[in-house]
Design a binder for this molecule. Structure first.
Ligand SMILES: Nc1nc2c(ncn2[C@@H]2O[C@H](COP(=O)(O)OP(=O)(O)OP(=O)(O)O)[C@@H](O)[C@H]2O)c(=O)[nH]1
Ligand SMILES: [Mg+2]
Length: 279
């Protein structure tokens, strides 16, 4: 499945990130806990290499805890500062301020000696589309300032938002990269909603989703859709799910479009339980 997505505004955003970097003390990179590897934009790592960086694994409520913990260990081994967050409920957000304070301890000391008591830390929040950047900032600010939505491309422009704890946060539009490394990365981004459904063949996407779930989470698939057995052929599983859900049209055929919408919706909404697509 070919997904190659690089609209003009994203190229612009990339340039903007480079520009914005000059205005901030640190970078908070938000990734999706379900796809820790696929949601890591290689550009961001390169562009931001000279700034202190904190990586948030957001939406951890939707991820598989066992897999997520393995990722945390792996990242920590590489000296990456990782915080697990749920920006809907505000979980993990109490670790942000102490982590930044620790990163800027020396700088604060130095300024204090010069008589500057109140140091505001400026942070740029970056990440792929729809990962929860604006939700995170709103929760930090305890105010619904930034626009939030359950589809990619909601934030169109940069916006500075003040929190009450001496941190100013720059909300940015989500960025994807010109060529996805491989099909798996592209699919993971599509499954979790970082790529607009409108530009994809969602029936094929749903097929790929069932294929991957059959491989990684067969029991969950069986349980959710009340299937006694799974086939090795994802198409057969897709058909069984369609029949169970009564998505049959005239002639006994399955309404694959409706089925695809339902499957993607339920997956994204966490109806199959905590799931991780990157191992
Ligand atoms: N389950 C869950 N949903 C979340 C979490 N954080 C954000 N969301 C939801 O994810 C969707 C996207 O949130 P946004 O804050 O708009 O994401 P964004 O990264 O700013 O997106 P763009 O501006 O489009 O790049 C919304 O429906 C949020 O309610 C989380 O931790 N868990
Ligand atoms: Mg946003």
């Amino acid at each position: 499945m070919a997904i190659n997505w690089y609209p003009g505004h994203m190229a612009k955003t990339r340039r903007q990130i480079t520009e914005n970097l000059k205005l901030v003390d640190a970078v908070i990179e938000i990734r999706d806990a379900r796809i820790v590897k696929s949601s890591a934009n290689p550009d961001i790592e390169k562009i931001c290499k000279d700034k202190p960086r904190i990586v948030l694994l957001n939406k951890f409520d939707l991820s598989d805890p066992v897999v997520t913990n393995a990722w945390i260990k792996k990242l920590e081994k590489k000296n990456v500062r990782v915080i697990l967050t749920n920006s809907l409920l505000g979980k993990g957000l109490n670790q942000i301020k102490p982590t930044l304070d620790e990163l800027f301890k020396e700088k604060k000391e130095r300024l204090k000696n010069k008589g500057v008591m109140d140091l505001t830390i400026r942070v740029m929040v970056v990440g792929i589309p729809n990962v929860g950047k604006s939700s995170f900032i709103n929760k930090m600010a305890k105010n619904k300032i930034a626009k939030v939505g359950d589809r990619p491309g909601v934030t169109r422009n940069n916006q500075w938002i003040k929190t009450k704890v001496g941190i100013e946060m720059l909300d940015t539009p989500g960025v994807l990269w010109p060529k996805f490394e491989d099909e798996e990365t592209a699919l993971n981004l599509a499954f979790t909603g970082a790529i607009k459904d409108e530009i994809m063949d969602i029936e094929e996407l749903a097929y790929k989703l069932v294929e991957k779930l059959t491989q990684y989470y067969p029991e969950r698939l069986k349980e959710r859709y009340k299937l006694t057995e799974l086939s090795e052929d994802p198409l057969e599983n897709l058909d069984m799910i369609g029949k169970k859900r009564g998505m049959v049209i005239s002639g006994g055929n399955i309404d694959y479009n409706r089925l695809a919408v339902m499957l993607l919706d339920e997956f994204r909404g966490g109806k199959l339980g905590g799931i991780s697509m990157d191992r």
